[in-house]
Design a protein around this ligand. Sequence first.
Ligand SMILES: NC(=O)c1ccc[n+]([C@@H]2O[C@H](COP(=O)([O-])OP(=O)(O)OC[C@H]3O[C@@H](n4cnc5c(N)ncnc54)[C@H](O)[C@@H]3O)[C@@H](O)[C@H]2O)c1
Ligand SMILES: O=c1ccn([C@@H]2O[C@H](COP(=O)(O)OP(=O)(O)O[C@H]3O[C@H](CO)[C@@H](O)[C@H](O)[C@H]3O)[C@@H](O)[C@H]2O)c(=O)[nH]1
Length: 387
Amino acid sequence: MSRIRSQSEEILVDDDSDSSLELRNEHVLVTGGAGYIGSHTVLRLLQQGYKVSVIDNLTNSSQESLRRVAAVASSTVYFYHGDLRDFAFLDRVFSSQSFWGVIHFAALKSAPESVAKPLDYYDVNVGGTLSLLQAMVKHGVSRLVFSSTAAVYGTPRSGIDVIPETHETHPANPYGRTKLATEYMIRDVVEAYPNFGAVLLRYFNPVGAHESGIIGEDPKGKPGNLMPFVLQVAAATRGHLDVTGTDWPTHDGSGVRDFIHVVDLADGHIAALEHADKIARCEGSCDIFNMGTGKGTSVLDMIHEMERVTGRSIPWKASQRRPGDVARVVADPTSAQQILNWSARKSLKHMCQDAWRWVQTNPSGYHPADAVKTQKKVRDVRLGLTA
Ligand SMILES: NC(=O)c1ccc[n+]([C@@H]2O[C@H](COP(=O)([O-])OP(=O)(O)OC[C@H]3O[C@@H](n4cnc5c(N)ncnc54)[C@H](O)[C@@H]3O)[C@@H](O)[C@H]2O)c1
Ligand SMILES: O=c1ccn([C@@H]2O[C@H](COP(=O)(O)OP(=O)(O)O[C@H]3O[C@H](CO)[C@@H](O)[C@H](O)[C@H]3O)[C@@H](O)[C@H]2O)c(=O)[nH]1
């Protein structure tokens, strides 16, 4: 194994760990792999036998997620601590390993924050991807899966029930615009370089956690999305939930979204990577897929399901609509079903059960205070700096 001086940390499982996994030759680089969706995807990749390296600057995550992933999979994750915008760093990483493909998660992801800090969002989301694409082209790596978002659609055309990939793109905030700009940049690279296979995945609303309760969404700072708020109210660390809009033209007046279990989404990335390989082998192209269930769930539906799962009451109050919010955002997932042979399997009940298990097991997320419990689960993991 080639190593990068003091840039890389290796996360190893003891040799006596019980691993019957058949390893593949394909080495996948995952940017932002320590984060919420990235860590679940790294686990799936390892379970499929891929070799996995992660680049992350840990601005919104902790290496603890990868230690746990390595332990659950009884496998190894190669970790490079660094920033995607640093081309010299990327160049060294790409020189040290021969990557088969890249899954690119690393980004800033808060729509409201992007309104206040648009340049940060363009810098990381567009600038970071620019530097990644430069490294991929320089080192001849030509399979890419990219995290895009339903936010690129903006307000859905009136009267439409589910959003197909062909829907117009009018993002309503800088975050969505950085993702759309990045989609265009990737499409231009595919046009310019033969045999480049890129898959752009537009996620709807990812929620839930791995069923083990070992990895999940680290509740850093004040949550911005619905599910972390619902969990806090269920755990009685927040008094009530503000339902932001109860006068929408929906079945119960609250907003409707397409919630997708993060493990289903992780599986979608494996299918997308295989598709990127297929298209890279025949001339190359850039394909776009929605990642959703096709089912709409209202905020009140979500509250009621969480009440059933937890056996606790979730008090809520009607509150004003959030600026820029829309009534209903639900995916048409047909293309992913037909072309990737992927569809989401887990129900709203699974999403609530798994999110609740994660929160109960890890009340402070990956916080060191929980590490005592954690150490037992990951005691087989050795962490060593490579020279
Ligand atoms: N979670 C959602 O609701 C959602 C919805 C649609 C799309 N997405 C997209 O999915 C991707 C992953 O989202 P997530 O929820 O896992 O977010 P996350 O914040 O948990 O993970 C992103 C990871 O990228 C890392 N990172 C950020 N900037 C970096 C940089 N410059 N260099 C290296 N690493 C950097 C962070 O430390 C973090 O570990 C993002 O691109 C996000 O925009 C997320
Ligand atoms: O305290 C809260 C928070 C949210 N909501 C409602 O819950 C629904 C879902 O909101 P949220 O979880 O914030 O998700 P979205 O606004 O749909 O946006 C998410 O999903 C998009 C993809 O669809 C991503 O692009 C965004 O980054 C991500 O924040 C909406 O109707 C909100 O009005 C509440 O009622 N109370």
